[in-house]
Design a protein around this ligand. Structure first.
Ligand SMILES: Nc1ncnc2c1ncn2[C@@H]1O[C@H](COP(=O)(O)OP(=O)(O)OP(=O)(O)O)[C@@H](O)[C@H]1O
Length: 308
């Protein structure tokens, strides 16, 4: 894979207060890149700079070798930006909204008509083309916003928290669409404060907190590096197992069971199994816990992503 987007030393402040502080990352061509961070972390500001909506105070963004500040008109041709806020005319039909956006992007006439029907198919709303957008659910409106960003056949999609406050059906549609676009070779930048979305969709990730990147890289590498390793044990009866016998580990109550942090999950899991056998404990669950971005965020910032 080759680098499609290169972000170097990006800085932006509002009224002297930094929103984005010295951000660096690279996005590989054809990948889905996740920008993960709590509300106010600086995700939208970063995405607006990448989409030529706002300018950085310092630093640079190169998209396929084009500089977003100096060559914005070129860059806009191959970027589709889906803003966090829905920007549609509620009295107009889905079709007419897309005519408006298509013309803004310079697509016109027969080519636009055909393209509108294609993008409506892509977002699963072709049968609602002639209905006023005001009758749509929030999730359907969001899908029309995504359709609008696809009209000019961009090479990159930048989606700013596209699943906030929407119904599960629209969320599934958006996930499926992102997977399909990626298979077709599109490069995607996706911001969210839902860790599970990044885990489901993204290849690489940058975790941002207070305007700074606190970790970045391939999702699996980040999980392996910072995610912590542990084993979970849950017993059939409500007895407290004596886990102090397990070497080199720390034990804490977790849900209905026990979580044992360790550097060597295989050794620990076999020791716990042996302990259960010796003591007659009856496990209903004994497993290696998959590291999660929640754990990564907690370890790096000391706060949980939801409270940050
Ligand atoms: N137009 C603006 N004027 C003043 N401050 C702003 C503006 N836009 C963003 N900020 C501030 O910059 C910081 C970063 O905001 P940003 O919207 O980029 O974060 P975010 O990670 O996208 O969060 P959210 O999910 O809440 O949108 C926040 O402190 C925010 O209040």
């Amino acid at each position: 894979m080759s680098t499609a987007i290169e972000v170097t030393g990006l800085e932006k402040a509002y009224a002297g207060k930094p929103a984005v502080n010295h951000i660096h990352f690279q996005v590989q061509k054809g990948s889905c890149f996740g920008l993960l961070g709590p509300n106010g972390a600086g995700k939208s500001t970063t995405m607006k700079i990448l989409s030529c909506i706002t300018q950085a105070d310092r630093g640079s963004v190169q998209v396929l070798g084009y500089d977003v500040a100096k060559q914005a008109e070129e860059v806009k041709k191959f970027i589709g930006y889906v803003p966090q806020n829905i920007t549609l005319y509620e009295k107009l039909s889905a079709y007419d909204n897309l005519v408006f956006f298509g013309e803004l992007y310079g697509v016109r006439g027969k080519a636009l008509k055909e393209r509108i029907m294609e993008v409506l198919q892509q977002v699963g709303l072709a049968d609602r083309a002639n209905d006023a957008v005001g009758t749509f659910s929030g999730g359907m409106m969001r899908r029309i916003n995504i359709a609008a960003a696809l009209l000019h056949r961009p090479k990159f999609m930048i989606l700013d928290e596209p699943t906030v406050g929407i119904d599960p059906q629209s969320r599934n549609h958006i996930f499926e669409l992102i997977r399909t676009l990626k298979e077709e070779g599109m490069t995607i930048i996706y911001s969210t404060h839902y860790m599970e979305e990044v885990e489901a969709l993204c290849d690489d990730v940058a975790i941002i907190d207070h305007g700074e990147v606190v970790a970045k890289g391939a999702l699996n590498d980040i999980l392996a590096q910072y995610g912590g390793k542990s084993v979970y044990l849950e017993l059939e009866s409500d007895i407290e197992p004596n886990l102090t016998l397990i070497e080199g580990s720390s034990v804490a109550r977790h849900g209905r069971g026990w979580k044992i942090e360790t550097d060597n999950v295989l050794k620990t899991i076999s020791e716990v199994a042996e302990l259960c056998r010796m003591k007659g404990y009856k496990p209903i669950q004994l497993e290696v816990v998959r590291p999660s971005l929640e754990m990564v965020f907690l370890q790096l910032t000391g706060t949980s992503l939801r409270d940050a």
